[in-house]
Structure formats: C-alpha cells, structure tokens
Ligand binder design. Sequence first.
Ligand code: EPU
Length: 431
Amino acid sequence: MERYRIRGGNRLHGEVEISGAKNAAVAIIPAALMVNGKCRIENLPRISDTEALLLILESLGAKVERIDRSTVEIDTTNATWMGADYDRMRRIRASYYFVGSMLGRFGVARTTMPGGCNFGVRPIDQHVKGMNALGAEVDISDFITAHVPGGRLRGASVYLDKVSVGATMNIMIAAVLAEGRTVIENAAREPHIVDLANFLNSMGADVRGAGTDTIKVNGVEQLHGGVYTIIPDQIEAGTYMAATAAIGGEVLIKNVIPKHLDCITAKLREMGVTVEEYGESVLVRSAGRLRRANVKTQPYPGFPTDMQPQIGVALAVAEGTSVITEGVWDHRYKYINELRKMGAAVTVDGRVAVVEGVETLRGASVNACDLRAGAAMVIAGLCARGVTLVEDIQFIERGYENFVGKLRLLGADIRIIDEPDGTERDTAAAG
Ligand code: EPU
C-alpha cells in the first residue's frame, strides 16, 4: 500500500518542467487508430492513464515502440476493433475515444463503459447523439457496441446540448474518415481540443475551427503517418502555480503556453500572487497571506474545473471568506471532507462551497478521492504544520508525471512510502 508522507512547511523554490497535456494525450492515443501507417508522438506524459491506453492499443494489434521517456511510435496498420483489453478500458475515462476511432476506421466498435474519476453521474448521451448523427447504431449495456450499417460514417451536423470536451473530441475523431462534411456546434474549446485537431490534421485530416464553438470536419479517404508533439499540460502547470501560491516561494514553471494559463494567472494575481509571463514559462512568487477571491468553474476559456480543488486549498489558507461555484460537475467537493480533517473551514451546499480562510492547516491522514482532489491534498499537506499521509495515490499517478520527484526538486519534503514495511520508492532520479 503506497502512500505519500509529507512534512509541511518548506517553501517551494526552483524550476519545474511541465509534461505533455494528459487530456490531449488520452484522446490522441485512441485517435492514432485512425492513422494508416506509423505515427510518432512526442511530449507524451508518462502517467498511468497514457500507459493504459497504449496497452489497450497493443491489445487491438497495434505495434507500440517506446522510443524514450516521452516519445512513442505507434503503428496501427494491423490493428482491429476486436479483443481489446476490456479490464483496462473499464478503468479509464478516455477509453470512450475508442468508440469514435473504431467506428471511424472499421465501421464497428466494441468498448466497455468508461471509468475515471467519480463526480456523480457522467453521462455519454452527447457522444451517442454524435455517433447516431453520423449514421452509427449504438447499443449501451455493460459494453458500448456500435456499427455503421453502410460500413462508412456519413458527415452530419451535430449540435451539442451541453458543452462537452469528450463528446467534441469523440465526434471529431469519428468524422475524420467519414464521407462528407461534419459540423459540430456548441463545441468545447479547450486547448486539448485544438491539439487533437492539430494532431489529426498533421496526419492528413481536414479539421477546421477547433478552438471556436463550431468545428468543421471535411472527411478524407485516409490518414497517413507523421510526427506530432503534444502541447504542455495546462492543469499540471496550474497545479504548480496554485501550490506555489498556497505554500509560498518562487518557482519558474517551464514548458508552458502562458495563454492557456490566463484564467489561472488572473485569479492568482487577484489573490495577491505575482505571476510573470515569459515566452514558454511563468514565474510565480508568493509571500505572505493570500487574499480571498471568488471562483466559478466553467468550460474554457473560463476557470477550469480541473483546477477547482487546487485553488480551493489556496483559498482555505487565504485571508477572508471566498466562494467557489462549480459550474461543470455536480459532485466535485468530496475533497472538502478531507480538507476539513486538516482544519479547513468550508461548508458545501450543492455546487457552492463557502471557504472561511484559516491561518494554518494541520497534518492529517487523508484520501486522494480523485486525481485533482489528490493533488489538492498534496498541496494542503505541504502547507500544513506536521505530517500528512495521503492515501490512494494511484489516482494522482493517473495524471501527474513524477509528481513527487518534481516537488522534491522544489524543496518539498514528500516521499512515497510503502507501508507497513516503510520502504521508500526512489523518485529523485527521475527529476
Ligand atoms: N455531459 C453530458 N453528456 C455527455 C457528456 C458530458 O451531459 O455526453 C456533461 C457532464 O456531465 C458534465 C459536462 O457535460 O457536466 C462536461 O463534461 P465533459 O464531457 O466536458 O467531460 P469529460 O470529457 O468526461 C473531460 C476531462 C475531465 C474534465 C472535463 C471538463 C478527459 C479524459 N477528462 O471529461 O478531466 O474535468 O473534461 O473539462 O479529458 C481531469 O483531468 O481530472 C478530469 C476529470
């Protein structure tokens, strides 16, 4: 049973290198199934979600060569839609992108229902609506099975009832090889949507308008191989920004696209944090007590829901009363119970949390309820007096590459220990 042991109190100082974007990578790997030939993907984050997706691709008959820590070469020439590693599929959210890529390439798909973080009900009706519009028949039970009666999807107009990252990407993937033009309206606009479109276009697709609310996909006959570099992870960068803000110190966050961080930068500045932007890095400096702020999460370019728990911890130690409104998920406050164990004063009513800032948190034994909640617990532990143990760290390792190693390089006192025998996992070497 591995867990993190954190001794709070050390300010963060130094430089941290951000990895490739998780939520782009987890769509690009399944989308690689659409490519007829070899594609090389660079700046791939080395996290358990991408590793699981690569293993799923292999179970479908793809050849996956790991060139170095952040580069893979994928050849799906001999892949099929059958025989997937259903156990792995069931555990991760992004496995639903295989529905789009299997339907697009083979006209048939079979996947499990997706897993992922538990924020209450996570419907996939907009994905299904999109696939239906493109001519697929979809049946949902424990598995998602779908087929296209004519063999090839046909372009169509799809108006999403809800702005959905997953549905936008899934429909985009499926439409790339469809006959004719697909128009996705009320599309999500996150940086990873643009990144997926750029990946597909670099392999010969014709996707236009990604990053706006209307995406047009002109179907092509086939995609060719190529090389693609994934953008830096907006949320990983934001997590180190929030950590520096809450804990205090000065950190240069490298390999980022500052524009993608605008909403986070603006909020931290409002809280009294200094953020300086350079070409591909941001410098975050925080001294003294943070100021209160209100935060409302929204689809991009709004404040990201995937940063809500991390900023929540910063507000928990800020001066005054802050209000958080969660605008995307019904249940994303499970971490508040854990934070209360550390002395935070927060009340939750539906999608609203009222945070009365306290001067200090105290170490406790807490759970990483999900990926971002887990990151928030780590930040809280690094702010707190005394020792914090974070359990269920497998959630955190799904989405943060070498979290412990990177934090240690910034001076944080955090270790991975395997209890009951107390052995420590080596993290420093990986930097
Ligand atoms: N929704 C529907 N019907 C659908 C799809 C979504 O009603 O068919 C609703 C959801 O219930 C939610 C809203 O639409 O209220 C937005 O959901 P979205 O589809 O955008 O979320 P997702 O694609 O399942 C991705 C990220 C999440 C991130 C959200 C929002 C991946 C694998 N996951 O999820 O990331 O919170 O977008 O930005 O890309 C994380 O990285 O920690 C994470 C949870």
